[in-house]
Design a protein around this ligand. Sequence first.
Ligand code: ADP
Length: 445
Amino acid sequence: MFLLTSLAMAIGSTLAAGVTVGFDPALAALIGAAMSLLLGLVGARLVTLQARRLTEVAQAMASDHPERRASVASSGEFQELGDALNHMADKLERTTAELRGERDRFGVVLEGMVEGVIGLTLDGRVALCNRSATAMLGETKPPLEKRLLDLVRQPALKDLLERARAAPHLRPDEVRESDVPQVELAMPSGAKLLWSAWPLDRAGIGVLLAMRDVTALRRLETVRRDFISNVSHELRTPVAIVYASAEALCDGGLEEPPIARDFAETILRHAERMSRIISDLLDLSRIEAGAYDLSPSGVHVTERIRHAVRLIEPTTTARNQTVTAHIEDGLTVRGNPQALDQVLVNLLENASKYTPQGSHIEVGCRRDGERVELWVADNGPGIAASHRERIFERFYRIDAGRSRELGGTGLGLAIVRHLIEAMGGTITCEANEPTGARFRVWLHA
Ligand code: ADP
């Protein structure tokens, strides 16, 4: 612009000087003025154009094209303005990229969390809900803007939100777990969720909620409690009998040999029972603790079946039962020979114990692709479908009295399943045709 003005002035003065060399002075002045005006107009137009170009660049930066920059062709003040604009745009872009990175990292952490996280607005609407929380609420997508108390209609949750709102606002490093209001809720899905709530007053969030799924934990606690009570119950009877018999012996029973013998035999029987329970419990805990050496090796199934049948023979012969083995020669499985013996003997003993005199038992093995199937079947009364899964639980018996009478501890099938799973296999129980029970075991070939 300065250049043009100076040019106009120079031309004006040149024309004015022309007067001295013979031009009509009035005409020369007029032409000079016209040229100055023309150049002034061109100069002004150029200024407007540059200003408009910078405005356009600024507008583009502010809208969809933050990458746009002012051209370096500008000069003078416009160049300075353009540089300042470009500098500001670079800085803004860097800051935006940093913020975007931070937001993405936060998003990845939030979405990857096992815990559910919900942010509620001051009026109790969902402003933030991660994937776990969405699933825990039984929703398919984050229920944004919905009122949480409409989604979970439980007075205890309303109470928790009120307690959270009334709690003091603390910095995260000041919060102690015991200060955080919590409540455990049973959800319609059957899941048990532990909810914690913090008051907040930032980014439009009034309360921040965290939810932890404690279903499995509570189930384990129940199993542990039931287990302890079952063990105590199982041991209480024999201990009481041993105690009473010993007392009777001390109180004069010893003076009468036939009675003393009866009491002594009772003590022996119940001591044996306690010893069986304790040894089964130890087996279970050893398998669970991984202390049972089940390092897999190629076990010859045929040999193990023949060995187990030999061990059970005295019992089956005494009960007039027959055992048929269907053996495919040369089969091996990945497992442990002692563990496999324990499994087979347990299943064969049960087949003998829970079927009447003279019944028939079958045991066999066959290759099934990558696996080997072993089975033990009988033609006894069988096991009703409602009991088939539960008989593998500790101390579960269909007829507790009969099982005890037969010397059972209720732990045999629990041990069998643990051993098979430790060897990487599976076991099922089904009905045998036309009657009886059939246990099928699959192990890796
Ligand atoms: P137990 O020490 O009582 O035999 P198990 O865990 O070995 O314990 O078996 C659990 C229950 O499963 C038994 O009490 C019995 O009721 C049932 N059961 C196991 N095997 C058979 C079978 N072959 N036929 C019928 N019932 C069986």
